[in-house]
Design a protein around this ligand. Structure first.
Ligand SMILES: [Fe+2]
Ligand SMILES: [Fe+2]
Length: 208
């Protein structure tokens, strides 16, 4: 799976936006298989709960951006990413029955929506800086989990799924990074807040 090429113009990159997971065959994973793997992978259900919560928040981020931005490039960027995040969320939903999902999903939706809406009020640069920060965090988040999963056996299918999601998130990050210009103190402080908030949200979603 090739990563996004930062030198490629934004519009060309957008065409390839969700190719990683979208190009992955339909998942054969289900909650029973996850339960079977969970005995060998400490914290697996909590990790997947945080993934499902995170993808819920990611969908909300792009809806928040689209609620306010009238910039055509930002809207195309957000619509393409939204399709990708909805696909991620659907795949995560297949792994976790409703009873195992985060009880704080309404909070993740509101927090995600504001994380998209607020920078979109400021302008395209703030939107791209926010997505850069979010996806940098999510890349590391998936990397942590991928490392815990085996390359063979039933856990390998889950590893492949998470790797495909991670590759999409790296694409999203690179798209945002290529589109943004510079960063003032305020933007850097906002990025820190976004990264710290994401880390706290993952911590909470792993538990409840
Ligand atoms: Fe995602
Ligand atoms: Fe993403």
């Amino acid at each position: 799976m090739a990563g996004a090429n930062c030198a490629t113009p934004l519009s060309s990159n957008l065409i390839d936006m969700s190719k990683h997971l979208a190009a992955t065959p339909a998942s054969t994973l289900d909650p029973d298989i996850i339960a079977g793997i969970a005995g060998d992978v400490p914290g697996l259900v909590g990790d997947l709960r945080s993934d499902h919560a995170g993808e819920t928040g990611a969908v909300a981020i792009y809806l928040g951006i689209l609620a306010v931005s009238r910039d055509p490039k930002v809207r195309q960027f957000a619509q393409e990413h939204l399709a990708s995040e909805r696909e991620h969320l659907a795949r995560m939903g297949e792994l976790l029955p409703p009873g195992q999902r985060s009880v704080l999903l309404p909070l993740w939706r509101v927090a995600g929506w504001l994380t998209g809406f607020l920078p979109a009020l400021v302008g395209p640069h703030a939107v791209y800086a926010t997505i850069d920060a979010v996806e940098t965090f999510v890349d590391h988040h998936y990397e942590e989990q991928v490392r815990k999963l085996p390359a063979h056996g039933p856990g390998a299918a889950l590893k492949a799924l998470l790797l495909a999601c991670q590759a999409d998130e790296v694409n999203h990050r690179d798209e945002a990074r290529a589109a943004r210009t510079g960063a003032g103190k305020l933007i850097r402080a906002w990025q820190w807040l976004v990264g710290t908030g994401s880390a706290l949200a993952v911590k909470a979603a792993r538990r409840v």
